[in-house]
Design a protein around this ligand. Structure first.
Ligand code: NAP
Length: 282
């Protein structure tokens, strides 16, 4: 008997820009799986109905992007720990009983990238500085706490947003305004940029890494350009650095495994395929 054809999609609004079909398409082809991964644009006014009635969509599962991650989580019958903690889901699937399940894999993507490119990165690191307090920062703060970081310093232009994250995650997290950056950098084992600053077309990230301890690891979740000015400056000062492309790729792994039954790898061919599509040079 032939294997059932399985269908998944990126859902959100808009979805035309999403690289997820490229990533999942690469894995479907590589593993010769009978299945598809499409784009499904869900208008905001239809999002509630769409996710509540997901079983009728014809999809076996989906990724969810902006602005529907919260609505999707609210429509699930079951959430994993990360989605529960963040109140937002980016990966959905139907279980054997047709119940809608949701996960948030953004934090896992961040961890998977560092685990692959800087093995052992978390072994003796306990203190992190996270620049930014948006959706990506929230996933990364969750991820760092899950790896037993004892101090996560959140530095953001809008102080109230950093405070909101501290209220959400509690002990171990501290909020700062941007002018305190020099002081907090002096205690950091890890520096993460989660703001859009430094991205092609956005304002530059102006930062002086002088106070950062020698052994600190520096990572940027901006991946266009791949080597941001932050990573360049850090590498020149001798810090180990990790770029942000792998976060995008690793966050896709758990969904593919759920929907298509194979745990895929993030390999160089996939990185190069996505970089070429983004028009970014490695
Ligand atoms: P978001 O929720 O809109 O948050 C944006 C963050 O950037 C906020 O902290 C914001 O500060 C800060 N920011 C924006 N412009 C700024 C400026 N001119 N000066 C100072 N701070 C500024 O966005 P997000 O979803 O967290 O995404 C942030 C970035 O991460 C984007 O570039 C996105 O492409 C990238 N990203 C990468 C991955 C990956 O897989 N590698 C995954 C998710 C996101 P305020 O709070 O003060 O506005």
């Amino acid at each position: 008997m032939s294997e059932a054809f399985r269908k998944a999609a990126i859902t959100g609004h808009p979805v035309a820009h999403s690289r997820s079909p490229l990533v999942h398409g690469y894995w479907l082809k590589k593993h010769r799986i009978s299945g598809s991964y499409e784009r499904v644009d869900v208008a905001p006014e239809q999002a509630g109905d769409f996710f509540r009635n997901f079983a009728r969509s014809g999809l076996n599962g989906a990724n969810v992007t902006v602005p529907h991650k919260e609505v999707a989580a609210g429509s699930c019958d079951w959430l994993d720990e990360a989605a529960e903690a963040m109140g937002a889901a980016n990966t959905l699937w139907l279980d054997e009983d047709g119940r809608l399940c949701g996960a948030n894999t953004d934090g896992l993507g961040f961890l998977g990238n560092l685990d692959q490119l800087a093995p052992g990165w978390d072994v003796s690191r306990e203190s992190a500085v996270v620049l930014g307090a948006g959706g990506a920062a929230r996933a990364i703060v969750w991820a760092l706490l899950s790896r037993n970081f004892t101090a996560v310093h959140i530095v953001n232009r809008t102080y109230e947003k950093a405070i909101a994250l501290v209220e959400e995650f509690g002990s171990g997290t501290v909020a700062y305004t941007w002018d305190k950056l020099g002081t907090v950098l002096g205690e950091a084992d890890l520096l993460v940029n989660t703001t859009a600053l430094g991205m092609t077309g956005k304002a530059p990230l102006e930062i002086d890494l002088q106070p950062l301890p020698e052994g600190a690891l520096v990572t940027d979740i901006v991946y266009a350009p791949l080597e941001t000015d932050l990573l360049k400056q850090a590498a020149q000062r001798g810090h180990q650095t990790v770029d942000g492309l792998g976060m995008l790729l690793h966050q896709a792994v758990p969904g593919f495994e759920r929907w298509f039954g194979v745990r895929p790898e993030v390999d160089d061919d996939l990185r190069n395929l996505v970089l070429a599509d983004l028009g970014v040079t490695a």
